[in-house]
Design a binder for this molecule. Structure first.
Ligand SMILES: *Cc1c(COP(=O)(O)O)cnc(C)c1O
Length: 222
C-alpha cells in the first residue's frame, strides 16, 4: 500500500495556511509507509497501540515526534515514557499521575492533552466538563512536576450531520478557551486536537490547531 502524495501536499498546504499541526496517523501501516512520508518532510506521527508503537519506534528516524493518540492504560505508560512526544488521550487523574511518575524516572517532562467526551456515542473515552474542571482545579495537580497539560483532544460523533459535528467541536473549543489563562504552573493550553480525515476542515473552522489524519494519507485500514 503506497501513501497518497497528492493528499499529503494538499494537507500540508492546508495546515500551513491555517497554522495547524498535521499528525499523520500511521496505526496498522508498515514502517515503509511512514518512511515514505518522512522523506516528504513529515515529522509528527500518531499511533494508537503501545505494542505497535514500541515495535516501530526503533526502526525509524529518531527525530520523529511520536504522538500517542489511543486509549492508554496506566500499566503501559512506562513503555512509551522514554520517547513519546505528546500523549493525546489522558482521561483520568490516575493516568496523569502515572505519566508524571514515568516521566520523572526518565528525567523529562511529558506533554499531554486531556481527552474530552463530546460525541453522542457512549463508547468513546473522555472527560466531561466537570471532570476536566476537577483535574485542572484539583489540589494535587501542581505537585506533578513532570507532566504538562498543553491542550484538549476530542473526537466528534461518527455521523454525516455536519451541524452535529460542528456543535461537538465547538463544545471542546469552549472548554479550551475557558482554561486559556489558567493559573497553574503545569497547565498551558496550546493545542486543540480535533479532526480526522472526514472532518478536519470543520474542526479547523471550529478552532482546532492540530489534526490527526490517517486514511486520507495512508489509505483505508483493513
Ligand atoms: C485512527 C484515528 C485517527 C485517524 O482517523 P482517519 O479517519 O483514518 O483519519 C484520528 N484520531 C484517532 C484518535 C484515531 O484513533
Amino acid at each position: 500500500m503506497a501513501i497518497n502524495q497528492a493528499a499529503y501536499q494538499e494537507l500540508t498546504s492546508f495546515c500551513n495556511t491555517h497554522n495547524t499541526t498535521l499528525v499523520a496517523v500511521s496505526k496498522t501501516k508498515p514502517v515503509e509507509d511512514i518512511k515514505a512520508l518522512y522523506e516528504m518532510g513529515q515529522r509528527d506521527f500518531g499511533e494508537n497501540y503501545v505494542q505497535e508503537l514500541i515495535d516501530k519506534h526503533p526502526q525509524l528516524p529518531s527525530d520523529i515526534r511520536w504522538h500517542f493518540i489511543g486509549h492508554l492504560q496506566s500499566n503501559k505508560v512506562k513503555y512509551i515514557a522514554p520517547f513519546v512526544h505528546l500523549i493525546h488521550g489522558v482521561d483520568s487523574f490516575k493516568l496523569l499521575k502515572e505519566i508524571d511518575k514515568q516521566a520523572a524516572k526518565n528525567n523529562r517532562v511529558i506533554e499531554v492533552l486531556l481527552q474530552m467526551h463530546i460525541a453522542q456515542e457512549e463508547t468513546k473515552f473522555g472527560l466531561d466538563d466537570r471532570e476536566v474542571d476537577e483535574i485542572l482545579n484539583g489540589e494535587e495537580l501542581s505537585a506533578l512536576k513532570n507532566v504538562r497539560i498543553v491542550g484538549i483532544m476530542s473526537m466528534a460523533s461518527f455521523v454525516d450531520d455536519e451541524q452535529q459535528i460542528r456543535k461537538e467541536f465547538l463544545a471542546a473549543k469552549k472548554t479550551f478557551d475557558h482554561y486559556a489563562h489558567h493559573q497553574v504552573a503545569n497547565v498551558f493550553m496550546q493545542y486543540l486536537s480535533l479532526g480526522m480525515s472526514a472532518d478536519y476542515t470543520i474542526a479547523v473552522e471550529c478552532g482546532s490547531n492540530m489534526i490527526r489524519v490517517g486514511s486520507k494519507l495512508f489509505g483505508a485500514r483493513s
